[in-house]
Design a protein around this ligand. Structure first.
Ligand code: C2E
Ligand code: CA
Ligand code: CA
Ligand code: CA
Length: 279
């Protein structure tokens, strides 16, 4: 009806204005947050599928907002990306993750490695390779202990350009993981040419394992493909023992998920590290 249409229109307009205002506030808050050091990295364990031992951690960004409390990355990374602020924020993440890894190495966990997520803008930014080398050097780290995670979608957006960037990172000695694999539209031809070390199977394919036959078939196919291309295959979002058993039996190399641990502040992650390695 006419009146419903009118109301719908008003609602739509009001929410658009409210949303634009919210976005503006978010941006102002993000700028202040850098100055006020409200960002923090949480760490989630990555375990060897066969032994169950912790082999590394993925650094996940958190924002401790003074009023809104803990904010997850999906709520602010898109705005940080649109405004370009992600480049500065991403550089901080890289430096902080490397500083933390060096601290763990100093405490005797010399085999630990850390994975850092790169946004699309950061990945295409000319300063990336320099920033990576710098973070490694400043913290005296061997490059092989740092993994950079790039989503399949970002890596395939301009595949030829990505190959060049990945080659430089490869030359710098760091490891490359293709994140959220299976959600994009990879051409196998490009995948073959990508200088990467790991494929991370997207959580969406793990959620309904082992009973969902389609997901099981997709996961087996990704494993076969990854191993054919000499890539390690990691499954994310592992929440149950049934999923763990299934993925390990299929030959998954490493696993990540709430079953092994939620993302934790560095001191709590360190506590897990201490207790797991002491038996
Ligand atoms: P991602 O890289 O795919 O990271 C995995 C996400 O899944 C994390 O969400 C993690 O907390 C969550 N997760 C891990 N295990 C489980 C599980 O067993 N079940 C479920 N349901 N979820 C699990 P989080 O921390 O909210 O991060 C979301 C996304 O934000 C990340 O997805 C990544 O794309 C992005 N992100 C996080 N930190 C950074 C960063 O420092 N820089 C950039 N550019 N992006 C980041
Ligand atoms: Ca990731
Ligand atoms: Ca992922
Ligand atoms: Ca994701």
């Amino acid at each position: 009806s006419k009146s419903l249409g009118h109301n719908t229109y008003c609602f739509f307009q009001t929410s658009m204005v409210a949303n634009a205002q919210q976005q503006l506030l978010l941006l102002q808050d993000l700028r202040l947050a850098m100055e006020r050091q409200e960002f923090d990295l949480y760490y989630q364990a990555k375990v060897d599928a066969k032994s169950g031992g912790i082999i590394g951690a993925e650094a996940l960004l958190r924002w401790h907002h003074p009023v809104r409390g803990l904010i997850l990355p999906d709520a602010f990374i898109p705005a940080a990306e649109r405004s370009g602020m992600i480049v500065q924020l991403g550089a901080w993440v890289l430096g902080e993750a490397c500083r933390q890894l060096q601290a763990w190495h100093d405490q005797g966990y010399g085999d630990m490695s850390v994975a850092v997520n790169l946004s699309g803008l950061q990945f295409g930014h000319t300063g990336l390779v320099g920033a990576v080398r710098d973070a490694l050097q400043r913290n005296n780290l061997e490059p092989r202990h740092l993994t950079l995670e790039v989503t399949e979608t970002v890596a395939m957006r301009d595949a030829d350009a990505s190959i060049l960037i990945l080659r430089q990172l490869n030359d710098a000695g760091v490891r490359i993981a293709i994140d959220d694999f299976g959600t994009g539209y990879s051409s196998l031809l490009y995948l073959k040419r990508l200088p990467a070390h790991e494929l991370k199977i997207d959580r969406g394919f793990v959620r309904e394992l082992p009973h969902n036959a389609e997901d099981a078939a997709i996961v087996s196919a990704i494993l076969a493909l990854g191993h054919t291309l000499n890539l390690l295959v990691v499954a994310e979002g592992v929440e149950t023992i049934a999923q763990q058993r299934f993925l390990t039996a299929l030959g998954c190399d490493s696993l990540q998920g709430y079953l092994f641990g939620r993302p934790l502040p560095s001191d709590q992650f360190q506590y897990i590290l201490h207790s797991s390695l002491r038996g």
